[in-house]
Ligand binder design. Structure first.
Ligand SMILES: [Zn+2]
Length: 83
């Protein structure tokens, strides 16, 4: 029987990172974002890029964990790549 991963702050970091990242992208691009960082504001691009970078980083960490915890070391039964 496989050991269940424990839930602690570190295990939640990729999820929290993705949540913050999507929130940043939403407030810079979504209809409810503040005007100062919405269309054309000086902060629009940096905040939007920060959100994208954080989302990519969160995805990378989650992907590495998928490999780490998989019994065969592969993610999603994908035979075509190794890390
Ligand atoms: Zn993979």
């Amino acid at each position: 029987m496989r050991e269940q991963p424990s839930i602690n702050l570190e295990s939640l970091l990729p999820y929290l990172g993705a949540l913050v990242a999507l929130s940043l992208v939403f407030i810079t691009n979504g209809p409810l974002g503040p005007a100062a960082i919405h269309c054309g504001g000086a902060l629009h691009r940096p905040i939007n890029l920060l959100g994208c970078a954080l989302l990519i980083a969160s995805n990378r960490v989650a992907h590495q964990r998928a490999h780490k915890h998989a019994p065969d070391g592969k993610c999603c039964n994908n035979e075509s790549h190794n890390h």
